[in-house]
Design a protein around this ligand. Structure first.
Ligand code: SF4
Ligand code: SF4
Length: 318
């Protein structure tokens, strides 16, 4: 709390005159009439708190890794670009190498708030049991190792899968989509195998769709985008030995390949886990904007749209 306060004082200033309050945060000015309603004030306060949280390095890492690029559902506007990704399964040897380095950086998982295996659809990986065993062996102190799945394949997973989840304390996180799935049956199978099942948000909530448009010319304000982006410093992926602040940047290759674009990803968009000297260096890196932030149109994003299957049209991401 003390750190938060001193950091806070360095980045946050308020100018107050008779008619207006101007708040300067990280060099960006927010101008408001002096007499704001309570609800306006509350909104402003929440907005500022979220921006401060985004730019404060966390104490533990929330990490995820795509073990499969493609998916068996293909949602419109997927932020991993899975509907247009080529079929690809993460290679076991490179996974093992990265997880061992992660084990070193996080003191065997103690400094991992959570570690999720996802995709695409992770249950498509033919060697998922091996990946789960490697993960738990390298990260014995990680409290929260999970698979994030759309649940389509869960009823047909073999006994080996359920035994592996139980023996390695793996939680299965289900995102509920508006498709026909017997969740009750899945819950029964999991309970019979003593495996923990959880649902994203709320058990009753069905997934809607969102649109995260890109600007292929990269003319957006990177810092403003980062501060207003829900993904920034929140969904933190590990990909091929590098860590990014969000899922969009490391998956852009799928967009580039499918539509023949060249939105550039540079070495400054991620941090090399083999070169980083400490976990602190990584936590600080992911709390800052990256050059790729200028390729997102954060102001034009929309949420809560009706969910649907992708038609692979470029307009889903533009
Ligand atoms: S289920 Fe998840 S990974 Fe698959 S397309 Fe939908 S949002 Fe993307
Ligand atoms: S590149 Fe920046 S603005 Fe775009 S999703 Fe990632 S963190 Fe957000």
């Amino acid at each position: 709390m003390k750190n938060k306060k001193s950091f806070f004082n360095n980045i946050f200033e308020i100018y107050d005159d008779t008619n207006h309050i101007t708040i300067k945060f990280l060099g960006i000015k927010f101008h408001k009439k002096r007499f704001v309603s309570n609800s306006d004030f509350l909104k402003l306060k929440q907005d500022l708190e979220s921006k401060i949280e985004k730019t404060l390095p966390r104490t533990k890492l929330k990490l995820e890794i795509d073990i499969v690029d493609h998916c068996n559902l293909n949602c419109r506007g997927c932020d991993h670009f899975s509907p247009i990704a080529k079929e690809k399964f993460l290679d076991i040897e490179s996974f093992k190498k990265d997880i061992e380095r992660l084990s070193y950086l996080t003191e065997k998982g103690y400094y991992l708030e959570k570690f999720s295996l996802l995709g695409g659809e992770p249950l498509l990986h033919p060697e998922i049991c091996k990946l789960l065993k490697i993960t738990r062996k390298a990260l014995p102190f990680a409290n929260n190792i999970s698979i994030i799945t759309n649940a389509i394949l869960l009823p047909s997973m073999g006994q080996d899968f359920w035994d592996t989840c139980k023996e390695n304390s793996i939680t299965i996180f289900i995102t509920k989509y508006p498709i026909k799935i017997d969740y009750k049956k899945i819950e029964e199978i999991a309970a019979n195998n003593s495996v923990k099942i959880d649902y994203f948000n709320n058990k009753e909530v069905m997934k809607t769709s969102y649109k995260l448009p890109l600007d292929p010319e990269g003319k957006q304000d990177a810092r403003n985008n980062f501060l207003n982006c829900h993904h920034a410093n929140f969904c933190i992926p590990l990909k091929a030995g590098r860590i990014y602040t969000c899922t969009v940047a490391p998956s852009i290759q799928h967009f580039n390949e499918y539509y023949n674009y060249n939105l550039p990803l540079t070495e400054y968009d991620s941090i090399d886990i083999y070169k980083a000297k400490s976990l602190q260096e990584i936590l600080t890196f992911v709390s800052r904007p990256i050059p790729f932030c200028s390729y997102c149109k954060v102001k034009e994003r929309s949420y809560g749209n009706e969910w649907g299957i992708s038609k692979k049209e470029i307009g889903e991401w533009m």
